[in-house]
Write a protein that binds this ligand. Structure first.
Ligand SMILES: *Cc1c(COP(=O)(O)O)cnc(C)c1O
Length: 822
């Protein structure tokens, strides 16, 4: 006891010293930045001052980290992703630095609230959804595990639009997230890179007989990096997320005497440049304004790869060893041009022979596929590609020429194979094919997804080289999605298992399995869930003006609005329940609040109509006193990372109802599970592995068509929505209600389901989905059993930490080891 007191005394002395230090820095930072005393700061100034104070703790370690990596010539990982959906950084940085409590107390001494200060930070919405959030979780996990891993992306001036719901419709407002500055970025103008577009490229014979590249009249754009420190968890590692901004060339302001034509060209150039990094594309599966998207892709790839090579040489390493010291990862195909750009640099600029350059490129690059939907695989018309990127096109053409020699060698007289495998085919450049041919590893993001890639989408490539295919099931950072978003639950876990080791080793959450029948623990778990539900209810009251009952079942579907995710099936089922309540006196249900949230791409009509329907149903149902509050429907506006931190922990039921085979992995499913929600889902993506992890159907509710059945229907074309409509009275009821005026006119949705033959099998799965809800309610009534299930979900969620995912990437793809920063 005495020794413990001594240790505690030591700890509290250190804590007081930290607080003292923080306080001094806080005050002097406010003086420096605003010339004000703390008490006179505005709320935003308080936020900026706290962030700037935290940055002082970060920057020492950032410098040390970079120095260590360079001096020890450690292998570096560069994770290229066209999106990083970071959300806010203040809280996660304070948690990772281990100073959250001390900062909170310092602010309290000034009568300020840290929680309120968090809310001053805008979300860095540099992404659409799952793919971008995955990238954000990955850089967090790399830093946590002391891996030398960095992000590379674009500094979009406008993130994904801000969503408002006006009279039931989605309205898009530009997301000017930079208007008060971005506290965490460091502009590095001295590290700018030239990126070249357009012009003429050709090979010229030199006097010595060698061919040399000539690239005439390119349009040069200056790429300026903005670096964001990525803070490791309770270690000294600080890695870098490098975001590229497009700016006019250095000599732009060199006016001199210009003709009208030269002036016009100059303005055109400026408009071109300024458009490159202005907007994030609002659709992650189909593309509008396609050419600009291609420009964005080459822009950040070229700047990123050039800066890697420049830094590599600067620290004194040999270009021939590049693949031993650098791993480049491409997150989906948007950065696929890394393959051609690295070849360009190695051949044109470093003077390597093609074969050696190719070996280096393949050994450096690895690729993650995120989709099996063939229509969502990126390809570019040659007519668009070649004039824009003439040298890059030449290189891809040469890569393909050599590749097809191998293919024909392997499959003589089989032009069908050539057709399936050729990077350039039918006037298009196929980015997934370029990514596979130019890398040493291809991975899917959940077991079932990887299996489908092998058996269908990428089957011919799998057959050519099965060994390069592997699975890396996605994950989420438990630091943000459990410790940060649900501190009371985090504390309860600490207290219950008597250890905080799971903070670093999330697989140790499984120690909770010893307590899943422990009544006092389950009571506390239930109380914390209730607390989170009250928090969401309060948020909804403030933002939607709707009263919801925290004692009702909270059934939540939050994610991008997309046909394959089937929000439409969810709302049709609510229409069905409502109808039964009104017309069938034998029908009963537990009071349930259904939450939806998510953005629809602005040009995606069916998705927007789905939002309108959800709001129309909400309007009717929420205002019908006769159903005694048995159903409430809430559409949460502007769903994003920070709202997600309120929403995920508040769920009883996690809706994961995509058409089997369509959701590559999903990560929202993992956030819900880790916070104790029960999954109601199809056997799709990581749901399959969630079911395995919780020990089967006792602790999740699975329904609907299997992937095999879905793929079989597609292959044979034997599904008929019309037959389903005619033979299933529940289906007929709700489809008719789309157009009979019950909720207004939703002819488009009715046509989508019947005339367009319901491409995602909503009608086919409808009854099974309704039965699954009956099963949920049956289970929810047995409170002890339900809480036990909830606890089992939490206890077995450790495997879905992105720390596990990243370890697998590091060991099996990148071959990198952790580096201790002194
Ligand atoms: C996790 C997350 C997603 C991905 O959700 P899915 O359910 O996997 O589609 C999308 N948006 C945000 C803001 C997220 O945090």
């Amino acid at each position: 006891m005495a020794r413990e007191t001594k240790e505690q005394k030591q700890k509290s002395r250190e804590f007081d010293k930290l607080k003292e230090n923080l306080k001094l820095r806080f005050v002097s930072t406010a003086h420096l930045m605003y010339g004000r005393e703390i008490k006179d700061l505005t709320e935003n100034e308080v936020y900026q001052t706290v962030a700037a104070t935290a940055k002082q703790f970060i920057s020492d370690n950032w410098i040390k980290t970079n120095k260590t990596y360079a001096e020890r010539q450690e292998k570096q990982i560069y994770y290229f992703s066209i999106e990083f959906l970071l959300g806010r950084l203040l809280k996660s940085n304070l948690i990772n630095l281990g100073i959250e409590e001390a900062v909170k107390e310092v602010l309290e001494d000034f009568d300020l609230s840290l929680v309120k200060t968090f809310d001053e930070e805008p979300d860095a919405g540099l992404g659409n959804g799952g793919l971008g959030r995955l990238a954000a979780c990955f850089i967090d996990s790399m830093a946590a595990h002391r891996l030398p891993g960095h992000g590379c992306s674009i500094r979009y001036q406008y993130g994904l639009f801000e969503q408002k719901i006006i009279e039931g419709n989605q309205v898009e407002i530009p997301d000017n997230w930079l208007k008060n500055g971005f506290a965490w970025e460091y502009r590095k103008p001295d590290k700018a890179i030239d990126v070249k577009f357009n012009g003429n490229a050709y090979m010229k014979k030199m006097p010595d007989g060698r061919l040399k590249l000539v690239y005439e009249n390119p349009m040069t754009v200056m790429a300026v990096p903005y670096d964001v420190p990525i803070v490791g968890y309770h270690n000294n590692t600080v890695n870098t997320l490098r975001l590229w901004n497009a700016e006019v060339n250095r000599d732009f302001s060199d006016y001199g005497r210009l003709t009208q034509e030269q002036m016009r060209q100059k303005n055109e150039y400026r408009n071109f440049v300024e458009s490159i990094t202005r907007y994030l594309y609002p659709d992650d599966s189909t593309y509008d304004g396609r050419r600009l998207r291609l420009i964005q892709e080459y822009f950040f790839v070229s700047a990123g790869v050039q800066s890697i090579v420049r830094h590599y040489k600067k620290v004194g390493m040999d270009i021939h060893d590049f693949a031993q010291k650098i791993a480049i990862h491409i997150n989906d195909t948007h950065p696929a041009l890394c393959v051609a750009e690295l070849m360009r640099i190695l051949v044109d600029e470093e003077g390597l022979e093609w074969n050696e350059a190719w070996a280096i490129t393949k050994n450096t690059i690895a690729y993650t596929n995120h989709t099996i939907m063939p229509e969502a695989l990126e390809k570019w018309p040659i007519d668009m590609f070649k004039p824009l990127l003439p040298r890059i096109y030449m290189i891809i053409d040469e890569i393909n020429r050599r590749w097809l020699i191998d293919v024909r060698d392997r499959y003589p007289n089989n032009e069908q194979k050539v057709h399936e495998l050729s990077i350039i085919q039918d006037g298009m450049v196929h980015m997934a094919r370029l990514s596979i041919v130019g890398s040493h590893s291809v991975n899917g993001v959940a077991k079932i997804h990887t299996d489908i890639l092998k058996s269908t989408t990428l089957h011919d490539f799998y057959e050519y080289n099965p060994r390069m295919f592997n699975n890396k099931t996605n994950g989420i950072t438990h630091r943000r999605w459990l410790m940060g978003a649900n501190p009371e639950l985090s504390d309860l876990i600490d207290a219950t298992i008597g250890s905080r080791r799971w903070h670093r080793h999330p697989e140790q959450l499984d120690l909770l399995n010893d307590y899943v029948e422990d009544k006092p623990f389950l009571e506390k778990l239930g109380a914390i869930k209730h607390l989170r539900k009250e928090g969401l209810a309060k948020y909804v009251k403030e933002h939607n003006g709707i009263d919801v009952d925290p004692d009702s079942i909270f059934d939540i579907q939050v994610k991008r609005i997309h046909s394959y995710k089937r929000q439409l099936m969810n709302i049709l089922h609510i229409m069905y329940q409502y109808h039964k309540l009104k017309t069938d006196s034998d029908f009963d249900m537990l009071p349930t609040t259904y939450f939806f949230g998510g953005k629809a791409a602005p040009g995606y009509y069916i998705a927007k109509e789905t939002i309108r329907l959800i709001n129309a149903v909400a309007d009717k149902v929420n205002n019908d006193a006769s159903i005694k509050g048995k159903i409430k429907v809430v559409f949460i506006e502007n769903f994003g990372v920070s709202i997600g931190e309120i929403v995920y922990p508040a769920a009883d039921v996690s809706e994961q109802i995509s058409t089997a085979s369509k959701e590559a992995s999903g990560t929202g499913n993992m956030k819900f599970m880790m916070n104790g929600a029960i999954t109601l889902g199809t056997l799709d993506g990581a749901n399959v592995e969630i079911r395995e992890a919780v020990g089967g159907d006792a602790n999740c509710v699975i329904f609907g068509l299997k992937a095999e059945e879905v793929l079989n229907y597609y292959a044979t074309g034997t599904y008929s929505a019309w037959d389903e409509y005619n033979t299933n009275e529940n289906v007929r009821l709700v489809v008719n209600q789309l157009t009979d005026g019950t909720y207004g006119n939703f002819q488009s949705l009715s046509d989508y389901l019947i005339r367009a033959n319901d491409e995602f099998f909503i009608l086919k799965d409808f009854n099974a989905y309704a039965d699954a809800h009956v099963e949920i309610m049956k289970r929810y009534q047995k409170r002890f059993q339900w809480l036990k299930s909830s606890a089992i979900n939490i206890a077995n969620s450790g495997v879905f930490s992105s720390d596990r995912t990243i370890d697998e990437y590091a060991n099996e793809i990148w071959q990198v080891k952790p580096v201790m920063i002194p």
